[in-house]
Design a binder for this molecule. Structure first.
Ligand SMILES: [Zn+2]
Ligand SMILES: [Zn+2]
Length: 217
């Protein structure tokens, strides 16, 4: 799916079938704006579940395969373009940076973005990468959602805020171990002493020794 250049995607061959080609069914994140219209103040609610691309990810966490993102957005026609606002819920799966266990979560994202009309002042006065643009009658939500998801993915994700990580001695996950988990490591240098004090004294001064006398005659 080459979505790097947002322009030019709708430019198919003109002809009697052009209307069919433009149907947005192929890409549910590409929004047809003809229903909303251009009258400033017009509004449209969008409640839609869309497949979330697998490449919305950073190193240790991202959208799992076959995931669905839930979008609840409002499209508002303004002078310069269309204001998109609302929320997106995106399932993510990652590996805990502390205990290395896989875990799943849902990102809840606030969305607010202006898409500018071609020829609008906003479009004319901003750089190519500063403002999102409306492509003919369509608005592509995918780059906006991708940027928002990726910006909100943690570089060091944790399975839970208080994940205790791994035991430095045995490498097991501390949350799976009993609270009193510990390793009694006796330093080799003390091992000899410990033995000396815990076993029966080898010599006890003070008691007159019974010197075995051997009388042999
Ligand atoms: Zn963890
Ligand atoms: Zn341990």
């Amino acid at each position: 799916m080459p979505s790097a250049s947002p322009h030019r995607s709708g430019a198919g061959t003109p002809g009697p079938r052009a209307q069919d080609v433009r149907r947005p069914a192929a890409n549910p994140m590409r929004i047809d704006l003809r229903e909303l219209g251009r009258r400033a103040g017009a509004m449209q609610e969008l409640d839609r579940t869309v497949p979330a691309p697998h490449d919305w990810r950073v190193e240790m966490i991202g959208v799992p395969p076959e995931a669905q993102a839930h979008l609840r957005l409002r499209l508002e026609s303004v002078m310069e373009g269309v204001l998109v606002s609302g929320r997106a819920e995106v399932p993510v799966a990652g590996t805990c940076a502390r205990c290395l266990e896989p875990f799943e979560d849902t990102l809840e994202l606030d969305i607010q973005e202006l898409y500018a009309y071609a020829g609008s002042t906003t479009e004319a006065t901003s750089e190519e990468d500063e403002v999102r643009r409306i492509d003919g009658d369509f608005l592509d939500l995918e780059p906006l959602l991708r940027d928002t998801v990726v910006l909100n993915l943690p570089l060091a994700p944790v399975c839970s805020e208080d994940c205790a990580g791994l035991c430095v001695d045995c490498g097991q996950r501390l949350d799976d171990l009993p609270a009193d988990h510990s390793h009694e490591v006796v330093d080799a240098r003390w091992a000899g002493l410990a033995q000396k004090f815990s076993t029966t004294p080898a010599s006890s001064p003070g008691t007159p020794g019974e010197i075995p006398t051997t009388e042999e005659n």
